[in-house]
Design a protein around this ligand. Structure first.
Ligand code: F0G
Length: 457
C-alpha cells in the first residue's frame, strides 16, 4: 500500500474548541500579538513545540497505574534503568525532571570560566547552561546547515575541519566536552550522519576530549540515518541508535521528545568519578538517584516510551507526516528549510514576506497571520527570538535566518489536521503581500520572545 497510515487507533479524545476569525483577531490583540500569551484552549492546532506534547499509549497509561512510588529502589526505577541500559549501554543512568536539568548538572561539573564547548548547534537551554557556568558555547555546524535551500541529507553534521582547527586554537585542555545535537533542533531539525558521529567521536578521543550527545531526538535521527545514509538500510533503528550511543562517552536527553512522555529527562555517562559527583548534585537539586525529581509512574511511562519510539512502523509514519507537510508546502510555493527534518517544518519567513525587513519581524507577521487565519500556533525563530541589541555597540543584532517553526507533536494530530495546516499556510501565502510588520512595544532583556508585547505597523 502506498498510503502510510497512523499506526494506532484513537481510544480517548480531547475536544478542540473551534473559534471564529473575529474571536481570534481579538484574542491576538489582547495578547499583544504574542502567541505565548494565548490560552492553549483558544488554539485549534498547536504546533508551538513537539516537547512534552506527545500522546501516551495504552501501555504507558497502564504503567502510570503500575508506578511504584517507593522513595528508594522502586520497581519502576529498575524497569527504567534496564530499558535505558539496553538502549544505550551506558553504565551510569541518572533520571532528571527534564533535559535542561541534565544539562545544568553536567555543565556545573565540567563547565566554568576559560572552557569552550563546541557542538553542531547548541540548543538554547544547552547554550544557556554552558554560559551560566562561565564557559563558552561554540557552534560548528557544516556550512550547508545554514542554507535553507541546500538539500544535503545530513545538514546537522558538525564540520570536522572546523573542529580540528578549533581544538588547535583553544587547546584540548580547555575543551571539557564536545557535544553533538541529534537531530539538530536549532539548525532546522536536521539529522547527523553516522559517518559524522564516528568522525567527531574519533577526533575527540584522539585529543582526549569526552564526547557527549544531546540525544533528545535520537530515534528520529537513527531512522533518518537508516533512510538516507548509504549502507544503513538493512540495520534496525535500534541497532543504529545503539551504535550512536556506543560512540559517545555520555548523553543528555529530554524524554519529552523521543521518550514519548510529558515530563522527564536522563543524564548518561561512562566515567565513574564524574558519575559520583553527578549523583551528589542530583541528590542535592533533583532527588534521590533512583527517582531524580520524578514520580515512579513517570519512570514507568518513560521506560515504555523509550521502547515504543523504536517501533519502525511508528517512525515511518512519524517522519512521513513531517515530510508530507514539507512537500505540500513546497508544492504551494512556500520556501521551507529543505529537506524536511525530523520533528518540524521550518518556513523561511524572509522569503515568505520579502516586503518586510528583519526589523519588522517577518516571522512574527507569519505567526500572527496563521493564528488569525486558522487558529494555528507556531513559533518565530528569527529576529524576535535571537535578535537584540549589542551591549557594546548599541547596534541591533540579527540571526542568519528568519524562520517560523511548525513543530509536530508525536501521535497527536492526524493527516486531516496536517491538510488543514497546509491549506491555512497556502491561503496566507496567496495573500502574503497584505501581511503587516511589527514593532516591539515592551520586552525583557533576555528570552524576550515569551513575554514581548508587539504593535502592528
Ligand atoms: N536539547 C534540545 C535539542 C532541545 O530541543 C531541548 C528542548 C532541550 C535540549 C531541553 O529540554 O525542554 O526538556 O529541558 N526543546 C524544546 C523545543 C523546548 O521546543 O524545541 P527540556
Amino acid at each position: 500500500m502506498k498510503t502510510i497510515i497512523e499506526p494506532f487507533k484513537i481510544k480517548m479524545v480531547e475536544p478542540i474548541k473551534l473559534t471564529t476569525r473575529a474571536e481570534r483577531e481579538s484574542m491576538l490583540r489582547r495578547a499583544h500579538f504574542n502567541v505565548f500569551q494565548i490560552p492553549a484552549e483558544d488554539v485549534i492546532i498547536d504546533l508551538l513545540t513537539d516537547s512534552g506534547t506527545s500522546a501516551m499509549s495504552a501501555e504507558q497509561w497502564a504503567g502510570i497505574i503500575r508506578g511504584d512510588e517507593s522513595y528508594a529502589g522502586a520497581r519502576s526505577w529498575y524497569r527504567f534503568e534496564k530499558v535505558l541500559r539496553d538502549l544505550t549501554g551506558m553504565p551510569h543512568i541518572l533520571p532528571t525532571h527534564q533535559g535542561r536539568a541534565s544539562e545544568r548538572i553536567l555543565f556545573e561539573l565540567i563547565g566554568g570560566p576559560g572552557k569552550s564547548i563546541p557542538s553542531n548547534n547548541h540548543f538554547d537551554t544547552t547554550r544557556g547552561n554552558i554560559e551560566h557556568s562561565g564557559a563558552n558555547a561554540v557552534d560548528l555546524v557544516i556550512d550547508e546547515g545554514t542554507k535553507p535551500r541546500s538539500r544535503h541529507p545530513f545538514k546537522g553534521n558538525l564540520d570536522s575541519v572546523k573542529l580540528e582547527r578549533f581544538i588547535e586554537d583553544v587547546g584540548a585542555e580547555h575543551v571539557p566536552v564536545c557535544m553533538l545535537t541529534v537531530t539538530n533542533n536549532s539548525g532546522g531539525g536536521q539529522p547527523v550522519s553516522l559517518a559524522n558521529i564516528r568522525e567527531v567521536s574519533a577526533i575527540c578521543h584522539r585529543h582526549g576530549i569526552p564526547f557527549f550527545l544531546d540525544a533528545c531526538r535520537f530515534a528520529e535521527n537513527a531512522f533518518l540515518i537508516k533512510s538516507r545514509e548509504p549502507g544503513q538500510q538493512n540495520r534496525s533503528v535500534r541497532e543504529i541508535a545503539r551504535e550512536m550511543f556506543d560512540l559517545a562517552d555520555g548523553a543528555t536527553i529530554s524524554a519529552k521528545k523521543d521518550g514519548l512522555v510529558n515530563i522527564g529527562g536522563v543524564l548518561l555517562m561512562r566515567d565513574d568519578s564524574l558519575a559520583k559527583r553527578a549523583d551528589n548534585l542530583l541528590i542535592l537539586t533533583e532527588g534521590f538517584v533512583t527517582y531524580g525529581g520524578l514520580a515512579g509512574r513517570d519512570l514507568e511511562a518513560m521506560a515504555q516510551g523509550f521502547t515504543e519510539v523504536l517501533d519502525e512502523d511508528y517512525l515511518t509514519y512519524r517522519l512521513r507526516s513531517v515530510e508530507y507537510l514539507g512537500e505540500r508546502l513546497l508544492a504551494a510555493g512556500v520556501q521551507i528549510v529543505e529537506p524536511p527534518g525530523g520533528h518540524a517544518i521550518y518556513i523561511d519567513a524572509a522569503a515568505f514576506c520579502p516586503h518586510l525587513p528583519p526589523e519588522q519581524f517577518p516571522g512574527q507577521a507569519l505567526v500572527c497571520a496563521l493564528y488569525a487565519r486558522a487558529g494555528i500556533r507556531s513559533v518565530e525563530i528569527g529576529s524576535v527570538m535571537f535578535g537584540g541589541v549589542d551591549p557594546d555597540t548599541g547596534e541591533s543584532t540579527r540571526p542568519p535566518m528568519e524562520l517560523v517553526r511548525l513543530a509536530i507533536p508525536r501521535r497527536v494530530y492526524t493527516q486531516s489536521h496536517i491538510d488543514y495546516v497546509v491549506e491555512a499556510v497556502s491561503e496566507v501565502f496567496v495573500h502574503r503581500h497584505e501581511l503587516r510588520g511589527f514593532r516591539i512595544l515592551e520586552a525583557p532583556p533576555v528570552l524576550r520572545h515569551f513575554t514581548a508585547k508587539f504593535e502592528e505597523l
